[in-house]
Design a protein around this ligand. Structure first.
Ligand code: NAD
Length: 249
């Protein structure tokens, strides 16, 4: 399927995990992909693989985000899709009783402020075109919370979900769709790092997933490609769960 033929798609966190799988899927679907990452080696490798553009940027910096969308427009003449996906995992002890204010703020900056900035700088291009699709990566924990003490992370993802709903409603008449992607646990470096520190946590998560396994990043990418495409033309402001059933269990 080439549902994104010649669309220009910006992917943040393109160098690893869900962002990398989506970069590949977008390219297979015909998109020109702008790969954004703080990590130069992995981000530029992703861009090289799909013959796309690499932009080194910190998504929590407004200057970097503005420069990213300008670079996408300058290189390819439009901004059709923004997959605002870069994020970090919770600090080691992310219980509300332990998390310090600096750690809390850093998680909000990278996971939530980044999405605010990416939407703020993508929407003007999309409005001018009268069309665009934004997919913001939240998480299943935004919907159901987490018993494993990750308060700064869960709060940041709840913010992403609420912001996506509001923007989806606000910009619907401009042709700009905005959806929150809520993955369940996905087999990526972020998750593996978390579970390496706490194998018991991995075991407990696994037993609660009705499908009985973690997702592969390519399965999340398939949902993102759908939301980005015209196949999802009547979907906006949604919480799009791709979670193996965990939030319903
Ligand atoms: P990952 O660690 O494999 O990839 C994240 C990428 O984001 C990396 O390439 C990293 O360099 C980049 N990045 C980090 N901070 C950045 C910054 N400030 N500016 C630009 N780039 C930055 O993670 P992943 O598992 O693919 O997660 C992607 C998104 O999915 C995150 O928002 C995460 O919270 C969310 N998520 C992941 C899971 C999971 O189980 N893996 C579940 C639900 C939601």
């Amino acid at each position: 399927m080439r549902r994104l033929q010649d669309r220009v798609a910006v992917v943040t966190g393109a160098g690893s995990g869900i962002g990398l799988a989506t970069t590949r899927r977008f390219a297979e679907e015909g998109a020109r992909v702008v790969c954004v990452d703080l990590d130069e080696a992995s981000g530029s490798a992703a861009a090289a693989e799909v013959d796309g553009l690499f932009v080194k940027a910190d998504v929590s910096s407004e200057d970097d985000v503005a420069r990213t969308f300008q670079a996408a427009f300058d290189a390819y003449g439009s901004v059709d899709v923004a997959f605002n996906n870069a994020g970090i995992s919770p600090p080691d002890d992310d219980s509300i009783l332990e998390t310090g204010l600096d750690a809390w703020r850093r998680v909000q900056e990278v996971n939530l402020t980044s999405v605010y900035l990416c939407c703020k700088h993508a929407i003007p291009y999309m409005r001018r075109q009268g069309k665009g699709s934004i997919i913001n990566t939240a998480s299943f924990v935004a919907v159901m919370g987490s018993a494993t003490s990750q308060i700064s992370y869960t709060a940041s993802k709840g913010g992403v979900l609420a912001m996506s709903r509001e923007l989806g409603v606000q910009f619907a008449r401009d042709g700009v769709r905005v959806n929150a992607l809520c993955p369940g646990p996905v087999n990526t470096p972020l998750l593996r790092e978390l579970f390496a520190k706490d194998p018991e946590r991995a075991r407990r998560r696994l037993v609660h997933i009705p499908l009985g396994r973690f997702a592969e990043a390519s399965e999340i990418a398939a949902a993102v490609a759908f939301l980005a495409s015209d196949d999802a033309s009547f979907i906006t402001g949604s919480e799009f769960l791709v979670d193996g059933g965990i939030s319903g269990a």
